[in-house]
Ligand binder design. Sequence first.
Ligand code: ZN
Length: 138
Amino acid sequence: MKSYRKELWFETGQRRELINITSNVSTCLAESGIREGLLLCNAMHITASVFINDDESGLHQDFEEWLEGLAPEKPYSRYRHNGYEDNADAHLKRTIMGREVVVAVTGGKLDLGPWEQIFYGEFDGKRRKRVLVKIIGE
Ligand code: ZN
């Protein structure tokens, strides 16, 4: 069995951003040389997500509004976590959007559904943060 590990780094210009990382993850898979197996991709921070969904700008705005409805960024004082920090909303948003995805690797490709794309969801950005890609198989 082969095993591959890589960290991808991101630094968003805004506090919240969704980045399509499907091509970055595909590059990792090509580098690994693995043709059959499983790929794990996870955010390494508790205020960011990795999830799979559609790359459609209306939907991305819907995510933003839905998440702001559930856990608004402001007022910061509404959260007990915001003693020394202001990112309680980002922790909550990360939890609902998920930590990781697992994708089947078949014939050396990501075995995704027709509209499935992999996203990095940043909820407390403007600093360097990491995503882990781990692939096992043969
Ligand atoms: Zn925090």
